[in-house]
Design a protein around this ligand. Sequence first.
Ligand SMILES: C[S@@+](CC[C@H](N)C(=O)[O-])C[C@H]1O[C@@H](n2cnc3c(N)ncnc32)[C@H](O)[C@@H]1O
Length: 212
Amino acid sequence: MDRYSLCHTESGLTLFDKTNEFKPLIIDFTQGESQYRHQRAQHEMLAKACGFTKKPSSVIDATTGLGRDSFIFESLGCEVTSIERNDILYQLLSDAIERLRQDRGLEISWQLIHADAIETIQSLSADNTPDVIYLDPMHPERKKSALVKKEMRILRDIVGPDLDAKQLFDAALSKAKKRVVIKLPLRADFINDQKPNIQFKGRSTRFDVYTK
Ligand SMILES: C[S@@+](CC[C@H](N)C(=O)[O-])C[C@H]1O[C@@H](n2cnc3c(N)ncnc32)[C@H](O)[C@@H]1O
Protein backbone atom coordinates (compact mmCIF):
# COMPACT_ATOMS: atom_id res chain seq x y z
CA MET A 1 0.00 0.00 0.00
CA ASP A 2 3.07 2.31 0.35
CA ARG A 3 2.90 2.90 -3.36
CA TYR A 4 -0.76 3.95 -3.26
CA SER A 5 -2.74 6.45 -1.25
CA LEU A 6 -6.48 7.00 -0.91
CA CYS A 7 -7.69 10.61 -0.80
CA HIS A 8 -11.08 12.28 -0.83
CA THR A 9 -11.37 14.60 -3.83
CA GLU A 10 -14.32 16.59 -5.21
CA SER A 11 -15.21 13.61 -7.39
CA GLY A 12 -15.09 11.09 -4.55
CA LEU A 13 -12.62 8.71 -2.92
CA THR A 14 -9.67 8.35 -5.29
CA LEU A 15 -6.66 6.03 -5.39
CA PHE A 16 -3.38 7.73 -6.27
CA ASP A 17 -0.25 5.93 -7.49
CA LYS A 18 2.79 7.71 -6.07
CA THR A 19 4.97 6.46 -8.95
CA ASN A 20 2.54 8.01 -11.49
CA GLU A 21 2.57 4.84 -13.57
CA PHE A 22 -1.19 4.65 -13.23
CA LYS A 23 -3.52 7.61 -13.39
CA PRO A 24 -5.80 8.20 -10.37
CA LEU A 25 -8.50 5.58 -10.03
CA ILE A 26 -12.04 6.38 -8.97
CA ILE A 27 -15.08 4.12 -9.27
CA ASP A 28 -18.10 5.96 -10.63
CA PHE A 29 -21.49 4.37 -11.26
CA THR A 30 -23.40 7.64 -11.57
CA GLN A 31 -22.83 7.93 -15.32
CA GLY A 32 -25.00 4.84 -15.51
CA GLU A 33 -25.03 2.50 -18.45
CA SER A 34 -23.75 5.15 -20.86
CA GLN A 35 -20.11 4.86 -19.91
CA TYR A 36 -20.26 1.12 -20.33
CA ARG A 37 -22.18 1.16 -23.61
CA HIS A 38 -19.19 0.10 -25.70
CA GLN A 39 -19.22 -3.20 -23.82
CA ARG A 40 -22.87 -3.95 -24.45
CA ALA A 41 -22.29 -7.32 -26.14
CA GLN A 42 -20.28 -8.48 -23.14
CA HIS A 43 -23.07 -7.31 -20.78
CA GLU A 44 -25.72 -9.17 -22.72
CA MET A 45 -23.64 -12.31 -22.56
CA LEU A 46 -23.24 -11.94 -18.79
CA ALA A 47 -27.01 -11.47 -18.37
CA LYS A 48 -27.68 -14.56 -20.47
CA ALA A 49 -25.07 -16.64 -18.64
CA CYS A 50 -26.66 -15.76 -15.30
CA GLY A 51 -30.18 -16.36 -16.62
CA PHE A 52 -31.27 -12.76 -15.96
CA THR A 53 -32.54 -11.81 -19.43
CA LYS A 54 -36.19 -12.62 -18.66
CA LYS A 55 -36.22 -12.44 -14.90
CA PRO A 56 -33.64 -10.76 -12.63
CA SER A 57 -33.11 -12.55 -9.34
CA SER A 58 -30.82 -12.72 -6.34
CA VAL A 59 -27.10 -12.84 -7.00
CA ILE A 60 -23.92 -12.87 -4.96
CA ASP A 61 -20.97 -11.35 -6.80
CA ALA A 62 -18.22 -13.05 -4.81
CA THR A 63 -15.35 -11.23 -6.55
CA THR A 64 -16.51 -7.63 -6.83
CA GLY A 65 -13.24 -5.91 -7.84
CA LEU A 66 -14.11 -2.59 -9.49
CA GLY A 67 -17.81 -3.47 -9.32
CA ARG A 68 -18.49 -3.34 -13.06
CA ASP A 69 -20.24 -6.70 -13.16
CA SER A 70 -22.13 -6.00 -9.93
CA PHE A 71 -23.32 -2.73 -11.46
CA ILE A 72 -24.68 -4.61 -14.48
CA PHE A 73 -26.61 -6.91 -12.12
CA GLU A 74 -27.94 -3.88 -10.24
CA SER A 75 -28.95 -2.21 -13.53
CA LEU A 76 -30.82 -5.38 -14.54
CA GLY A 77 -32.90 -5.13 -11.36
CA CYS A 78 -31.28 -7.99 -9.45
CA GLU A 79 -31.03 -8.20 -5.68
CA VAL A 80 -27.23 -7.86 -5.50
CA THR A 81 -24.83 -8.76 -2.71
CA SER A 82 -21.26 -7.87 -3.61
CA ILE A 83 -18.34 -9.29 -1.64
CA GLU A 84 -14.82 -7.88 -1.78
CA ARG A 85 -11.97 -8.82 0.55
CA ASN A 86 -9.38 -6.25 -0.56
CA ASP A 87 -9.51 -3.24 1.74
CA ILE A 88 -8.62 -0.58 -0.88
CA LEU A 89 -11.22 -1.84 -3.33
CA TYR A 90 -13.82 -2.17 -0.59
CA GLN A 91 -13.33 1.49 0.37
CA LEU A 92 -13.48 2.68 -3.26
CA LEU A 93 -16.62 0.60 -3.89
CA SER A 94 -18.31 1.70 -0.72
CA ASP A 95 -17.77 5.36 -1.62
CA ALA A 96 -18.98 4.80 -5.21
CA ILE A 97 -22.17 3.05 -4.07
CA GLU A 98 -22.89 5.86 -1.60
CA ARG A 99 -22.48 8.45 -4.40
CA LEU A 100 -24.85 6.39 -6.58
CA ARG A 101 -27.40 6.38 -3.72
CA GLN A 102 -27.15 10.16 -3.37
CA ASP A 103 -27.31 10.65 -7.14
CA ARG A 104 -30.49 8.60 -7.44
CA GLY A 105 -31.97 10.18 -4.34
CA LEU A 106 -33.49 6.91 -3.24
CA GLU A 107 -32.56 3.72 -1.53
CA ILE A 108 -30.95 1.04 -3.62
CA SER A 109 -30.87 -2.53 -2.43
CA TRP A 110 -27.25 -3.12 -3.39
CA GLN A 111 -25.40 -4.64 -0.46
CA LEU A 112 -21.61 -4.54 -0.20
CA ILE A 113 -19.76 -6.80 2.22
CA HIS A 114 -16.09 -6.54 3.21
CA ALA A 115 -15.13 -10.17 3.75
CA ASP A 116 -13.65 -13.32 2.32
CA ALA A 117 -16.35 -14.75 0.09
CA ILE A 118 -15.38 -18.37 0.80
CA GLU A 119 -16.20 -18.00 4.49
CA THR A 120 -19.25 -15.81 3.84
CA ILE A 121 -20.74 -18.24 1.32
CA GLN A 122 -19.96 -21.31 3.44
CA SER A 123 -21.78 -19.74 6.37
CA LEU A 124 -25.02 -19.02 4.46
CA SER A 125 -28.07 -20.75 5.91
CA ALA A 126 -30.45 -22.53 3.52
CA ASP A 127 -33.01 -19.70 3.58
CA ASN A 128 -30.34 -17.10 2.70
CA THR A 129 -28.77 -18.67 -0.37
CA PRO A 130 -29.00 -16.70 -3.63
CA ASP A 131 -30.21 -18.05 -6.98
CA VAL A 132 -26.90 -17.26 -8.63
CA ILE A 133 -23.31 -16.97 -7.45
CA TYR A 134 -21.01 -15.17 -9.85
CA LEU A 135 -17.21 -15.50 -9.84
CA ASP A 136 -14.57 -13.53 -11.73
CA PRO A 137 -11.29 -14.37 -10.01
CA MET A 138 -8.03 -12.68 -10.92
CA HIS A 139 -6.18 -14.92 -13.32
CA PRO A 140 -2.42 -15.36 -13.64
CA GLU A 141 -0.89 -12.70 -15.87
CA ARG A 142 -1.06 -13.29 -19.61
CA LYS A 143 2.08 -13.02 -21.74
CA LYS A 144 0.80 -10.04 -23.70
CA SER A 145 0.46 -8.00 -20.51
CA ALA A 146 0.97 -4.72 -22.40
CA LEU A 147 -2.39 -5.36 -23.99
CA VAL A 148 -4.16 -5.68 -20.68
CA LYS A 149 -6.17 -2.52 -19.96
CA LYS A 150 -4.64 -0.07 -17.46
CA GLU A 151 -7.58 -0.46 -15.08
CA MET A 152 -6.98 -4.19 -15.02
CA ARG A 153 -3.23 -3.72 -14.45
CA ILE A 154 -3.72 -1.53 -11.40
CA LEU A 155 -6.27 -4.03 -10.08
CA ARG A 156 -3.78 -6.82 -10.62
CA ASP A 157 -1.10 -4.82 -8.82
CA ILE A 158 -3.29 -4.15 -5.79
CA VAL A 159 -4.85 -7.60 -5.48
CA GLY A 160 -2.42 -10.14 -7.00
CA PRO A 161 -3.62 -13.52 -8.28
CA ASP A 162 -6.57 -15.18 -6.56
CA LEU A 163 -4.94 -18.48 -5.66
CA ASP A 164 -7.97 -19.84 -3.81
CA ALA A 165 -10.41 -19.60 -6.74
CA LYS A 166 -10.98 -23.38 -6.71
CA GLN A 167 -12.10 -23.35 -3.08
CA LEU A 168 -14.35 -20.38 -3.83
CA PHE A 169 -15.89 -22.30 -6.71
CA ASP A 170 -16.55 -25.34 -4.46
CA ALA A 171 -18.19 -23.13 -1.85
CA ALA A 172 -20.33 -21.42 -4.51
CA LEU A 173 -21.42 -24.71 -6.04
CA SER A 174 -22.49 -26.06 -2.67
CA LYS A 175 -24.70 -23.03 -1.92
CA ALA A 176 -26.13 -21.44 -5.11
CA LYS A 177 -29.79 -22.38 -5.64
CA LYS A 178 -29.81 -22.29 -9.43
CA ARG A 179 -26.40 -21.69 -10.95
CA VAL A 180 -22.77 -20.72 -10.55
CA VAL A 181 -21.26 -18.62 -13.33
CA ILE A 182 -17.53 -18.14 -13.67
CA LYS A 183 -15.78 -15.73 -16.02
CA LEU A 184 -12.53 -17.11 -17.43
CA PRO A 185 -9.98 -16.23 -20.11
CA LEU A 186 -11.21 -17.75 -23.38
CA ARG A 187 -8.65 -20.54 -23.43
CA ALA A 188 -8.37 -21.25 -19.70
CA ASP A 189 -8.89 -24.78 -18.36
CA PHE A 190 -12.20 -25.59 -16.69
CA ILE A 191 -12.16 -24.74 -13.02
CA ASN A 192 -11.47 -27.87 -10.95
CA ASP A 193 -11.48 -29.81 -14.28
CA GLN A 194 -15.25 -29.65 -14.08
CA LYS A 195 -17.10 -29.36 -17.37
CA PRO A 196 -19.80 -26.66 -17.36
CA ASN A 197 -23.39 -27.28 -18.50
CA ILE A 198 -23.40 -24.21 -20.73
CA GLN A 199 -20.71 -21.90 -22.14
CA PHE A 200 -20.89 -18.40 -23.58
CA LYS A 201 -17.81 -17.35 -25.50
CA GLY A 202 -16.61 -13.84 -26.29
CA ARG A 203 -13.48 -12.65 -28.06
CA SER A 204 -11.11 -12.98 -25.11
CA THR A 205 -13.21 -14.29 -22.24
CA ARG A 206 -15.94 -16.83 -21.68
CA PHE A 207 -18.60 -17.58 -19.07
CA ASP A 208 -18.84 -21.18 -17.83
CA VAL A 209 -22.25 -21.94 -16.35
CA TYR A 210 -22.91 -24.72 -13.80
CA THR A 211 -26.61 -25.31 -13.38
CA LYS A 212 -28.14 -27.20 -10.45
C1 LIG B 1 -10.80 -9.86 -11.52
S1 LIG B 1 -11.37 -8.95 -10.13
C2 LIG B 1 -13.09 -8.85 -10.42
C3 LIG B 1 -13.51 -7.78 -11.39
C4 LIG B 1 -14.99 -7.54 -11.35
N1 LIG B 1 -15.75 -8.64 -11.90
C5 LIG B 1 -15.41 -6.24 -11.98
O1 LIG B 1 -16.42 -6.24 -12.70
O2 LIG B 1 -14.77 -5.22 -11.74
C6 LIG B 1 -11.32 -10.11 -8.79
C7 LIG B 1 -11.65 -9.49 -7.44
O3 LIG B 1 -12.17 -10.49 -6.58
C8 LIG B 1 -11.67 -10.33 -5.29
N2 LIG B 1 -11.70 -11.66 -4.67
C9 LIG B 1 -11.13 -12.78 -5.12
N3 LIG B 1 -11.37 -13.82 -4.32
C10 LIG B 1 -12.13 -13.34 -3.30
C11 LIG B 1 -12.70 -13.92 -2.14
N4 LIG B 1 -12.53 -15.21 -1.84
N5 LIG B 1 -13.44 -13.12 -1.33
C12 LIG B 1 -13.63 -11.81 -1.62
N6 LIG B 1 -13.09 -11.19 -2.69
C13 LIG B 1 -12.35 -11.95 -3.54
C14 LIG B 1 -10.27 -9.79 -5.50
O4 LIG B 1 -9.83 -9.09 -4.34
C15 LIG B 1 -10.47 -8.87 -6.72
O5 LIG B 1 -10.79 -7.58 -6.32
